[in-house]
Design a protein around this ligand. Structure first.
Ligand code: NAD
Length: 482
């Protein structure tokens, strides 16, 4: 398809604005879909509002996953600096500079955006800067700096992502009331920060600001931090955070907030029903993200929404024919890797090739705080609530040689197995390199491996991965190193 399009373009035919595929949004859902489309021979345009290359890669690359992980990397060193002497390394006085960490995070993000620009060029994808709106009948109007342009596409993918959500009593102002957009690139360190919400965003920034020296208070409405994770993992993180001096209030309700010119007074109702006042320099509101569905022409194209997100069928097609939606704008979980897989799946579906839709039951979840938390499948509580016949095995990092060499012995690997078929129903890791190790369980579950097979596969010694085999043995009642 693209070859034909290129030939016609070279001949000077009026095809410059006609595409096989138009993608709106160049985040991990959109740009990956665009590349897969080009690989499959489609002529592709990708519309992104952020200035190229700044906006390429979306929130994930520019203000989300990537710069946050760069900040967490700085936090890791900041935290470790104090214990280097235990490793026989004596350094002079350690000083921390969050502004330098922020500058580095920003440059890592710019590299990523340039990488996407390179991939677009390599794949001959037309990268169009501007705000895209559906206009119905396969048309997309792009409003850019140089005026308006109307594109026509045989297929359209909406991948507009999401933006931070604030609270009616605490609106973002970018000064005293931050969203993650401000928290990720701080100009200076606030002496104190209140964080509303102990999901991935809240817990990751609590780690960063504590490591650099802010007084951190986390306020979470539900009963545990990281409420979606297995309760045992959450309690390891909570204990670790408290040890580091982070104040954590769970089961707490933010009743009122007074935003002043110098600080913010948070009025919080605790678990015990008592009111408490927390005064902080700044407050980060991390209570979730909202899909971007406004002003993108959904009504004109007949694309329906429900509870703030675009309605899609099993093929991720919206209520309008040949208009698809992927990533945060479509349905949860709001994760970059889920968005990319949806992008690929949709394009392959359009082209009539590929492996089918996304396996929503096997999406890993990772929070990159220290200790890291990673999981896939059911929590122990969810497995019990489903009435499944389970056996749970866990193996602590304190019994793993490699973890001891690095001095990172908090946490464990936990497996929930189905007693009859020994299926891996759920796997939960809290501790060193959890974010990397979880992939072994994802592959294991994808290949429908039994817990016995996870253990039978020889893991190198001494490695962190041995804890996976030991947790498998624990779930089978024959753990060795405990
Ligand atoms: P989240 O939904 O994961 O967590 C928000 C938390 O705020 C919840 O625990 C909720 O109970 C709490 N909350 C809501 N209203 C509250 C209130 N008034 N007072 C106190 N607590 C309140 O949202 P998030 O952490 O903002 O992240 C947004 C999305 O981005 C999520 O879907 C998340 O998975 C994704 N994300 C993922 C990663 C990662 O994979 N590492 C990192 C960042 C963000």
């Amino acid at each position: 398809m693209r070859a034909l399009w290129n030939q016609r373009k070279i001949r000077g035919d009026d095809v410059a604005d006609n595409f096989d595929l138009i993608v709106i949004g160049a985040g991990p859902g959109g740009y990956v879909a665009a590349i897969r489309g080009a690989q499959l021979g489609m002529s592709v345009a990708c519309v992104e509002v952020g200035d190229a290359p700044g906006g390429l890669g979306g929130v994930c690359n520019n203000t989300g996953c990537i710069p946050t992980k760069a900040m967490l990397e700085s936090a890791k060193y900041a935290k470790k600096a104090g214990s280097l002497k235990d490793f026989g390394v004596n350094v002079g006085e350690v000083t921390l500079d969050i502004a330098v960490a922020s500058k580095r995070a920003s440059s890592v993000a710019s590299q990523g955006a340039k990488g996407v620009a390179f991939l677009f060029k390599k794949n001959k994808i037309e990268s169009i800067t501007g705000w895209g709106r559906l206009a119905g009948g396969g048309k997309v109007e792009v409003e850019g700096k140089d005026g308006k342009r109307t594109l026509t596409g045989k297929n359209i993918i909406i991948a507009t992502g999401s933006r931070p959500r604030d609270l009616p009593i605490l609106k973002f102002d970018g000064k005293r009331v931050w969203s993650s957009d401000q928290a990720v690139f701080p100009k200076e360190l606030p002496a104190s920060i209140g964080i509303i919400g102990a999901g991935a965003i809240g817990m990751e920034f609590a780690d960063v600001y504590n490591a650099f020296g802010s007084k951190v208070t986390v306020i979470e409405a539900l009963e545990q931090v990281l409420p979606l994770e297995d309760a045992d993992c959450s309690s390891v993180v909570e204990k670790s955070y408290r040890k580091r001096g982070i104040d954590i209030m769970t089961g707490a309700r933010l009743e009122k907030a007074d935003v002043g010119s110098k600080n913010v007074k948070l009025h919080v109702k605790g678990k015990d029903g008592k009111m408490q006042e927390v005064t902080v320099d700044v407050v980060l509101v991390a209570v979730g993200r909202a899909p971007i569905i406004d002003d993108i022409g959904l009504d004109k194209a007949g694309v329906k929404t429900e509870r703030g997100a675009i309605v899609v069928d099993d093929s991720l097609q919206t209520t309008a024919k040949n208009v698809y939606a992927v990533g945060d704008v479509a349905k949860p979980p709001l994760l970059a890797h889920k968005a990319s897989h949806e992008g690929i799946a949709v394009v392959e579906h359009i082209a009539g090739v590929g492996h089918g839709m996304v396996d929503y039951d096997n999406i890993p979840n990772v929070t990159y705080c220290h200790p890291e938390v990673a999981s896939v499948g059911l929590t122990e509580k969810a497995a019990k609530e489903k009435g499944l016949d389970i056996e749970v095995g866990s193996f602590p990092w304190s019994a793993n040689g490699r973890a001891r060499t690095s001095g990172e012995t908090e946490g464990f690997v936990k497996i929930i197995r189905d007693r009859k078929y020994s299926e891996i129903l759920g796997a939960h890791i809290v501790g060193p390199s959890a974010s990397e190790l979880i992939a072994e369980f994802v592959v294991g579950r994808h290949l429908e491996s039994t817990v016995e097979e996870m253990e039978k596969a020889i893991h190198p010694h001494p490695t962190l991965s041995e804890a996976i085999a030991e947790a498998a043995l624990a779930a089978l009642g024959r753990v060795i190193h405990m």
